[in-house]
Design a protein around this ligand. Structure first.
Ligand SMILES: NC(=O)C1=CN([C@@H]2O[C@H](COP(=O)(O)OP(=O)(O)OC[C@H]3O[C@@H](n4cnc5c(N)ncnc54)[C@H](OP(=O)(O)O)[C@@H]3O)[C@@H](O)[C@H]2O)C=CC1
Ligand SMILES: O=C1O[C@H](COP(=O)(O)O)[C@@H](O)[C@H](O)[C@H]1O
Length: 499
């Protein structure tokens, strides 16, 4: 790999501490960083290089997936780090930064390849890009790249404005928009699952599939992020990005060639075919909810409005479910259901593909209930693929019962790279397959925009749901109306109450 400089804005922040330093360290230990790399951390506070290196070390000891550390390896890694105090709004600080970058490039004989990682509040994304351009940091005779965290905009207009500003300093192919769900091994595996298995490929369409269900449920509540979350809600925090990315990865068509631009092209086509929800139809296609107090794992937890920092009369959605239709020949009659929520019964991200149940007809004259075949892709915390088939149970007089066949794909553990490692590595080698292209982001905002407006205009109810439940009952009705149910939910919980 070519030598380079990695400039980290927000190096004193939470994300750097919990994810980025460990990811870089693990890449270093796995020999996936260039031999010569200069890593420059930035933040407003004053820190010496040594203090900063000590902070990096502490983060790694606390958060790295590795349990054992070799002292000389750690020393070699920390040696790459320098710290420079910089206020992102102060253009003179970028001149100082340029000098530090150049000095290290000279010392280490590093090519002018520069990666800029923005792990700071999104309000700073545009000013930083502008200053990178104007200071000369972006004028290199190597490559330059920008890695950018979410959220990318607050709505369609702000996302477009941000993109316009970024594109004055960086070309689209130089921008790596992180969606950490695209770094999850099983999301990356979706592509192979379909395309590398002709048996699945041949039935991955509306002729054989009855519906697709994508769930991302969380046990945690809003935690310490009320300031951000109360303005965002589940629709911006999860649906606009992670849920729609999972939908694109599931529904995209096999490209002629499997490479970044072809895959992103196919994903874009899915979004272009995604039927827009008209405002007057939103109430019948979208369900929103907010958690109230309840019990999770035998612990009482507070309701959303009682959480620190949340407006006590907040109407923010902490749960969203939706029925979506993709108007193309592959998926025309297949409903896609998505749901995501905080303070739900379990932490589970999964995709369930329900196949059409033609067997019902054969068994209609006897008492036999035949369940449909399911393909269950568990993304996290378990990573697994299983197939639900039907089989005779000899101990029950040959009664036909569903059985699950597991193809264990467990990819966790100390030896397996985490999402941030995969994504940072891909960006370092210039592979943008698992980053969100601007077109995907824009089309996602276009789909979400009328829903945001309907929420603001109170065009649909905000259902309460108890913490520790599967969300409001109305989310079950979305499926029941088409004769389906959410698979893998143990039972349907209490009746809904509107706020
Ligand atoms: N934390 C997480 O788990 C996740 C975070 N993200 C995203 O990552 C980004 C960073 O989040 P997070 O680390 O949690 O945020 P923090 O608030 O913990 O850190 C913010 C960082 O920005 C720096 N900073 C703030 N103001 C300035 C300024 N004027 N000039 C220079 N530096 C400044 C701070 O440094 P100092 O105080 O020294 O100035 C600090 O290093 C955000 O976009 C967030 O949405 C995305 C997914 C998950
Ligand atoms: O981006 C986000 O994702 C997390 C959930 O991520 P996961 O990897 O734990 O499934 C969510 O908690 C957070 O609100 C959101 O900003």
């Amino acid at each position: 790999m070519e030598s380079m400089t990695f400039v980290l804005f927000g190096a004193t922040g939470d994300l750097a501490k919990r994810k980025i330093f460990s990811a870089l360290y693990n890449l270093y230990v796995d020999q996936k960083l260039p031999e010569r790399i200069s890593i420059i951390g930035l933040g407003r506070r004053q820190l010496s290089h040594l203090d900063f290196q000590e902070k990096v070390k502490e983060s790694i000891l606390t958060f790295s997936r590795r349990l054992e550390h070799n002292a000389s390896e750690m020393g070699g890694f920390l040696d790459a780090f320098r710290y420079s105090a910089l206020d992102v709004t102060n253009s003179e600080d970028y001149q100082k930064l340029l000098q530090v970058v150049k000095q290290r490039e000279n010392e280490l004989e590093i090519k002018e390849n520069r990666m800029f990682y923005l792990s700071v509040s999104p309000e700073f994304f545009d000013i930083i890009a502008l200053n990178i351009k104007e200071s000369g940091l972006g004028r290199t005779n190597g490559w330059k790249r920008l890695m950018i965290e979410k959220p990318f905009g607050h709505d369609l207009q702000s996302a477009r404005e941000l993109n316009d500003k970024l594109s004055r300093a960086f070309e689209e192919e130089e921008i790596y928009r992180i969606d950490h769900y695209l770094g999850k091994p099983m999301v990356q595996n979706l592509e192979a699952l379909e395309f590398a298995n002709p048996v699945l490929q041949s039935i991955w369409n509306q002729e054989h599939i009855a519906n697709v269900q994508i769930t991302a449920s969380e046990i945690v509540g809003v935690e310490e992020r009320a300031g951000y979350y109360d303005q965002a809600g589940a629709i911006r925090d999860m649906v606009q990005n992670h849920m729609l990315q999972m939908l694109m990865m599931t529904a995209m068509h096999l490209p002629e060639k499997i490479n970044a631009s072809e895959i992103r092209n196919e994903k874009r086509k899915v979004m272009e075919a995604l039927r827009k929800v008209k405002k007057e139809e939103i109430q019948s296609q979208i369900v929103r909810g907010q958690y109230i107090s309840g019990e999770i794992n035998d612990q009482s937890v507070a309701g959303y409005k009682e959480e620190p920092g949340v407006n006590p009369s907040s109407k923010t959605d902490t749960f969203v479910a939706a029925r979506l239709w993709i108007d193309n020949p592959f998926w025309a009659k297949v409903p896609f259901y998505i749901r995501t929520g905080k303070r739900m019964k379990e932490k589970s991200t999964r995709i369930v593909i329900e196949f059409k149940n033609t067997l019902k007809l054969h068994y209609k004259d006897n008492d036999q209930k035949v369940e449909p075949n399911l393909l269950i892709i568990e993304i996290s915390p378990a990573e697994n693929v299983s197939l639900q088939l039907n089989s005779k149970n000899p101990s029950k007089n040959g009664k036909i019962e569903p059985v699950r066949i597991n193809f264990s794909c467990e990819q966790t553990g100390v030896g397996v790279p985490e999402a941030y490692e995969r994504l940072i590595y891909d960006a370092l080698i210039g592979d943008s397959t698992f980053f969100a292209h601007w077109k995907e982001v824009e089309l996602s905002w276009e789909w979400v925009q009328p829903i945001l407006e309907a929420f603001e205009e109170e065009l649909l109810p905000l259902y309460e749901y108890q913490s520790g439940s599967y969300g409001p009952d109305a989310a079950n009705s979305l499926l029941l109306e088409n004769g389906f149910k959410w698979w893998l939910d143990e039972k349907i919980e209490s009746k809904d109450k509107t706020l």
